[in-house]
Design a protein around this ligand. Structure first.
Ligand code: E4P
Length: 217
């Protein structure tokens, strides 16, 4: 499974990238706001750092404007993926840009039918939002599972990019279901390495080692 980092924080991306943990990056208008940076400048910097796909989101709501914004974003670097919302205009934009060879990530997906129609519009990635569904007492992971079945039934090449990932448990569940990609905030990716028994075991080993009075170096 591929790991994308869900942030526009260049330093956080660089840190994970040095460990080989970054297969791509996703951003959105809220993450750009959080970064305090200009969208074109920060996206260019991220694209220079990461060789994998970097999603940058359009903010227009009508397809002609979305297409123009998408082309401008795609010009930033060859690894840009244009992110469009799952609206009718977003789907039209997806079709046009995909035909031109520009990769598109269709975002704000909350149902299996939305995922189905995005695949038909030629999306490279579909982004179902797990956490936001869980927030309203629905089952985000069940949606990932349903989309996996539908895409496999008809061999759609659209990749399932599980988004709005809030916990390490979300990541392992997505891996079990067979999501192609998980995009997660840096803190969630770091949390994948944590286990209380690892901490307790290490504490015990250190205590016992001190009692031996030995040194390795
Ligand atoms: C990524 O593509 C999404 O925009 C992001 O995962 C949304 O996450 P949130 O629901 O935590 O804001």
């Amino acid at each position: 499974m591929k790991f994308f980092v869900d942030t526009a924080d260049v330093q956080a991306i660089a840190e994970l990238n040095d460990l080989g943990m970054v297969d791509g990056v996703t951003t959105n208008p809220s993450l750009i706001l959080k970064s305090g940076r200009n969208i074109v400048e920060v996206t260019r910097e991220i694209c220079a750092l990461v060789s994998g796909p970097v999603s940058a989101e359009v903010v227009a709501l009508k397809s002609p404007d979305m297409i123009a914004e998408g082309r401008k974003l795609a010009d930033i670097a060859p690894n840009i993926v244009v992110k469009v919302p799952l609206t009718w205009d977003g789907l039209k934009t997806c079709k046009v840009l995909s035909k031109d060879g520009i990769k598109v990530n269709v975002t704000l997906c909350f149902s299996a039918n939305q995922a189905l129609i995005a695949a038909k519009a030629g999306a490279t990635f579909i982004s179902p939002f797990i956490g936001r569904l869980d927030d309203i007492n629905m089952d985000g992971l069940e949606l990932i599972s349903d989309i996996r079945i539908i895409y496999d039934n008809y061999e759609y090449p659209t990749e399932i990019l599980a988004a709005s990932v809030r916990s390490a448990n979300h990541v392992s569940q997505c891996a079990l279901i067979g999501a192609d990609v998980v995009t997660a905030p840096p803190a969630v990716i770091k949390a994948l390495a944590s286990h209380p028994l690892t901490d307790r075991g290490l504490e015990q080993f250190m205590a016992d080692w001190a009692k031996t009075g030995q040194k390795i170096l």
